[in-house]
Design a protein around this ligand. Structure first.
Ligand SMILES: C[S@@+](CC[C@H](N)C(=O)[O-])C[C@H]1O[C@@H](n2cnc3c(N)ncnc32)[C@H](O)[C@@H]1O
Length: 388
């Protein structure tokens, strides 16, 4: 509190794409206690074909403060009065805005507005300042980022400037870029995202890679995605394995409504079914499954106290996993054997440092083939196990 220029960075601004982990049987992984242990990694993973689907643009532009220079104001306005107090102005967005409002009127082009915004973002330590400036402007203009460069000298209309200004203001307040533009790429498809659910993370694509690696595309394959959120895992699996049947659950009505919007947006595959409720409970009738996958809430109480500014905009129901973060992971590990057929797979996304507890609990619950997989940053983030 009281910090003039908070050091916050967006978690995933503009991060997209599916990668491939290539190392095998890597002997080292980082554990929460800083010691080393074993981590068995998969071989090279298949890269996926590009879908190139585009989600409709969103953005409600409800925030009211202005950041970019506006047309000249009458002398003696409130804004003009504030500019007379320079010692109060340092790094305070509201007042900075006022000061800029008094700048002489000028013609703003795509190039100049991007440069101006880049500098503001850079000054305020917004992650990827140029990319963020471009993503927000492309969203306002309803075009692809690349198109900005083809229209570099195009002047902006006042209403475009106003819409851009509002997005800049929201971004400077910490709102994630993905919520502002309303979409996020996951497994090479575009998903709608907003405050109803977690923004899909790139490391979760590894979970999808592993699930696809283990499951053939046969009508017999039945997959449960527990804690589905935006539906990114369930939809990716349903589209990549059209012969399989997928059931997805979430306890949040809001998250499920977003998942269903994504379902429609991505062509409404008929092999995907949504259920509201606690973990696997709503899926008693659909069992047995060949695989249960889940990216449950897994942040600890301490981690919830120290969230990045951007992450605070995401629903805490999607983040908090009890005091040590293991509450839902432990429940799923206990529940899943009743829902899996013999030899059925369990794949869980975990936090860095939860590998040891997770593998211990899996072993105690009688699973076999227990392995941890690293993400692209070299951290063990996926636990796999099989029902005996
Ligand atoms: C970490 S988010 C994962 C979202 C999505 N699967 C992803 O990978 O982006 C966790 C989700 O679990 C849901 N959730 C929390 N508690 C739950 C429970 N007891 N049963 C089912 N879902 C739950 C939250 O609403 C949230 O959508």
């Amino acid at each position: 509190m009281g910090q003039v220029l908070p050091a916050w960075t967006p978690a995933f601004a503009g991060a997209t794409g599916s990668g491939a982990s290539a190392s095998c049987l890597d002997p080292c992984f980082r554990r929460g206690d800083g010691k080393r242990g074993k981590c068995f990694l998969p071989g090279p993973l298949l890269s996926q074909g590009r879908r190139g689907r585009k989600a409709p643009a969103r953005g409600d532009g409800k925030w009211g403060k202005c950041l970019l220079p506006s047309p000249p104001r009458k002398r003696g306005s409130r804004a003009a009065g504030l500019t007379a107090m320079p010692s109060l102005l340092n790094y305070r967005p509201k007042i900075l805005v006022m000061r800029l409002m008094d700048a002489p009127s000028r013609l703003w082009t795509v190039a100049s507005v991007l440069q101006w915004t880049f500098q503001q973002f850079q000054k305020r330590q917004v992650d990827s300042p140029r990319l963020t400036a471009e993503l927000l402007l492309a969203h306002v203009l309803g075009c692809k980022r690349i198109a900005l460069y083809l229209e570099y000298e195009r002047p902006l209309e006042p209403k475009e400037l106003q819409a851009y200004r509002l997005l800049i203001q929201r971004r400077l307040r910490g709102e994630p870029t993905q919520y502002l533009v309303g979409t996020k790429e996951f497994y090479q498809r575009s998903f709608l995202v907003d405050a109803r659910a977690l923004i899909p993370r790139p490391e979760t694509e590894l979970l999808v890679d592993l699930a696809l690696e283990k499951l053939p595309n046969t009508p017999k394959a039945r997959i449960a995605d527990v804690c589905t959120g935006s539906g990114c895992i369930a939809l990716s699996l349903a589209l990549e394995r059209p012969e399989a049947e997928i059931w997805a659950t979430d306890i949040s009505k809001e998250a499920l409504s977003l998942a269903q919007e994504n379902h429609r947006l991505l062509g409404g595959p008929s092999n995907l079914h949504w259920r509201e409720g606690n973990l696997l409970e709503p899926l008693l009738k659909a069992a047995p499954f060949s695989m249960v996958v889940s990216n449950p809430p897994y942040l600890s109480a301490d981690e919830m106290q120290n969230l990045q500014r951007e992450v605070r905009f995401e629903p805490s129901l999607a983040l908090y996993g009890g005091k040590d973060g293991m509450q839902f992971l432990s429940q799923i590990i206990q529940q899943a054997p009743r829902f899996l057929g013999p030899g059925g797979w369990l794949l869980l996304e975990i936090a860095e440092g939860q590998g040891e507890k997770t593998t211990q609990q899996l072993a105690e619950a009688g699973y076999v083939d227990i392995l941890l997989h690293k993400d692209w940053a070299g951290l063990c983030r996926i636990a796999q196990a099989r029902r005996a």
